[in-house]
Design a protein around this ligand. Structure first.
Ligand code: DI6
Ligand code: FE
Length: 409
């Protein structure tokens, strides 16, 4: 049996309903892959057979969780970034055949190995800042074989890098060019072939759809979510990102784990999310990169106690962002979240958005020992600094992943 006793730690447990769940002068015991005990230093167990890790009053948090990414894809869209700086909008570029569809062409042309190699540095960058669980969506293949190829690469990243990866099928991300003018036919293919085949291969943990004027209608999205539910799969949706289509209310009515983006969500619709227990996943990286002006209805989400999660939305078109620490800062500066809400957004509430809150997301007895040691004394510093990475060491499922020489002495 392997045991590690963390001593002299400041814990941000992210337990309870709000705030950091801060404990000073604490000790935490990991046995095998779980948190076995935590309490004040004076009450720590006498464990002669444990490895002792003296935190010297540094901060411990749950492993960070990035609950919404599209980080398996080929190529980049730096040229579109230049076009947008010259005045074209994201929607203009999509309408002219660029945007998502240009990434689809590059992704279809890439082999599984090439996709893996290109995704690797993106995942490593997130991991270097303490990410222990990552969601990855398909959605740049848009046919059976290529969607399956993307999901296989997501699985390979999990197998080779040792972090946890949740795979989300997003076949209804954009209309592939060969279905131009026939979007209902494409949705039929998604429901009747693509999703069932990917699911039969064990590659689907959840199903997502993009409901937007430049993507699919509420009725089309609903068809996909209903098919997912028939297969017993949890659902989520990209909604109200660029306009109010009513997708969030529909997805909540289907018991969505999360509804994501939400800039254009009406305050009146927030109650429906609360009733459905759906998590609001906010994506400040896309808001920033597209220079959106419309803010998500934060006050109403707080008032109705809808859990707020944050994610990178890492993708080549609207959020080429690979840092959850930067996302926490953006959520505070752009959306006026508190640093405590930001930390909860990338831990416990992100776990809820993935349906994993009983296993991960907080420092509590019985949860998996996914733990980050930060070279800071207070949790607000994580949201406050930009461009610094104070992650010293990461324990994933009770095993050390990275460990900086500074704290191993
Ligand atoms: N919303 C987004 O922000 C991304 N996908 C989506 O549904 C954009 C994806 C891309 O532009 O490649
Ligand atoms: Fe997205």
């Amino acid at each position: 049996m392997s045991q590690t006793l963390f001593t002299n730690a400041t814990l941000a447990c992210v337990d309870g309903d709000s705030d950091y769940g801060l404990r000073d002068d604490f000790s935490l015991l990991v046995k095998n892959d779980q948190i076995a005990w935590l309490g004040p230093m004076a009450q720590r167990p006498n464990t002669a057979d444990s490895e002792i890790f003296d935190c010297e009053h540094r901060l411990l948090t749950p492993g960070l969780i990035d609950c919404h990414t599209h980080l398996v894809y080929a190529g980049d869209r730096a040229d579109e970034f230049e076009q947008r700086l010259e005045g074209a909008s994201y929607a203009d570029i999509a309408a002219a055949g660029g945007g998502i569809v240009s990434t689809v062409k590059a992704t279809r042309a890439a082999s599984e190995d090439e996709l893996f190699e290109q995704a690797l540095p993106r995942v490593r960058q997130l991991m270097s800042e303490g990410v222990t669980t990552l969601e990855i969506k398909s959605g740049y293949g848009l046919d059976c074989d290529n969607e399956i190829k993307m999901l296989r690469v997501a699985g390979q990243l999990e197998a080779e890098l040792g972090l946890r990866v949740q795979k989300t099928f997003l076949g209804a991300h954009s209309l592939p060019p060969e279905f131009d003018g026939r979007s209902d036919d494409y949705i039929a293919l998604v429901c009747e072939e693509m999703l069932p085949r990917a699911h039969a291969k064990g590659l689907v943990d959840a199903v997502d759809v993009f409901i937007e004027s430049i993507a699919f209608s509420v009725a089309q999205g609903e068809r996909v979510l209903a098919c997912a539910q028939q297969l017993g799969l949890p659902v989520k949706a990209h909604v109200e990102q660029l306009s109010d289509q009513g997708g969030a209310v529909m997805a909540a009515a289907h018991g969505a784990l999360s509804v994501d983006h939400l800039e254009y969500l009406k305050e009146d619709d927030v109650a429906r999310l609360a009733q459905a227990n759906s998590v609001a996943v906010l994506l400040p990286g896309a808001f920033y990169f597209l220079r959106e002006r419309q803010l998500p209805p934060i006050a109403a989400l707080r008032e109705r106690r809808v859990p707020i999660a944050l994610a990178s939305d890492a993708n080549p078109g609207s959020s080429p962002v690979h840092s959850l620490l930067l996302i926490m800062n953006m959520a505070c500066t752009l959306f006026r979240l508190t640093p405590a809400e930001a930390l909860r957004g990338v831990t416990l509430n992100a776990a809820r958005a993935l349906g994993l809150a009983s296993e991960i997301g907080s420092l509590e007895i019985g949860k998996r020992a996914d733990i980050v040691i930060w070279d800071v004394g207070r949790p607000s510093v994580l949201s406050y600094r930009v461009g610094m990475n104070p992650c010293l060491a990461v324990m994933q499922g009770g095993q050390w992943r990275e460990r900086n020489a500074v704290v191993t002495a």
